[in-house]
Design a protein around this ligand. Structure first.
Ligand SMILES: [Zn+2]
Length: 282
């Protein structure tokens, strides 16, 4: 597969040829950083785990050079962090039995630059080669610029592809901002309670982040548990672990739909629910 950056790589945990690994993909995640996939798209990993007829492929757009670091990793250079983070992502791909993991190796600034078309072109090639049914990416209300830029590049890539190369579903999921605030009928709810051990291993393997000062492992598992319990005020928990998503599929189906306007619709409906409850009870 031709990708723009010299440092780009397609890692195939089971050693199959790259074209075979990509073509068996049914679920794909386009993420900004190493570990984002394991936090936001565990549903896709779980859907494909141990299933011969399904395959999960991860795409990490950035090179991880700007990662925070502390402890064992405190003195690591940006170059050394890139090596560590790629190695950690490969460990996760192996544990999660991904069909493939694609490292695109861009700097964050390149991803955030709307004039840089290389990221979009790489994503188009990957999507054409893998033709996934479902794509997960960052939600557009995330508060990390690189995350939102990554989601926008993915949407642009999908809009530029012919309809038969587009997925049936595109979901924006939780990393830097959860989606508990969405009105319940605007939430896409993923039940991810199966294989909790696997979920913990997948978020725990990123030692440079977790022991480096950010307890993403505990926070991620805690968020899923909180989502499950706080989803319904009246009624017992129906799951022990949920991930919330925003359905972004309409943005792929209708190229004229304004991205900002579409997301504003969710925010307006949320604002209306809050204000109407206060009005009702005042
Ligand atoms: Zn991230």
């Amino acid at each position: 597969m031709e990708l723009h950056n010299d440092g780009a790589e397609v890692y195939v945990p089971d050693g199959s040829p790259v074209d075979v690994a990509l073509s068996r993909t049914t679920h794909l995640c386009v993420s900004a950083h190493q570990d984002d996939i394991e936090i936001m798209a565990y549903h896709g990993i779980l859907e494909c785990f141990g299933r011969s007829e399904k395959g999960f492929t991860g795409v990490t757009v950035t090179n991880g050079s700007g990662s925070p670091r502390d402890g064992l990793y405190g003195s690591y250079t940006d170059e050394e962090m890139q090596v560590v983070r790629r190695k950690e992502q490969k460990k996760a791909a192996f544990i999660g039995e991904y069909s493939a993991h694609v490292f695109l190796d861009y700097s964050s600034s390149a991803v955030k630059d709307p004039a840089n078309t290389h990221v979009v072109e790489d994503l188009e090639r990957i999507i054409v080669a893998s033709k996934p049914q479902v794509i997960y990416t960052h939600n557009l209300a995330d508060k990390h610029d690189t995350h939102v830029a990554t989601a926008l590049r993915a949407i642009r890539a999908l809009r530029e592809l012919p309809c038969d190369s587009r997925p049936q579903h595109l979901y924006g999921c939780e990393v830097w901002r959860n989606l508990d605030w969405l009105n319940d009928n605007d939430k896409f709810v993923f039940n991810v309670e199966a294989h909790e051990n696997l979920a913990m291993a997948l978020v725990g393997v990123f030692d440079s982040q977790v022991s480096g000062g950010k307890r993403y492992d505990l926070a991620t598992m805690g968020r899923r548990r909180a989502n499950a319990t706080y989803l319904a005020a009246h009624g017992v928990d129906e799951s022990t672990s949920l991930i919330f998503g925003i359905d972004l599929t309409p943005l792929v189906e209708d190229e004229q739909l304004d991205v900002g306007e579409y997301v504003d619709g969710f925010i307006r409906r949320f604002a209306k629910e809050v204000s109407s409850r206060i009005a009702k009870l005042s």
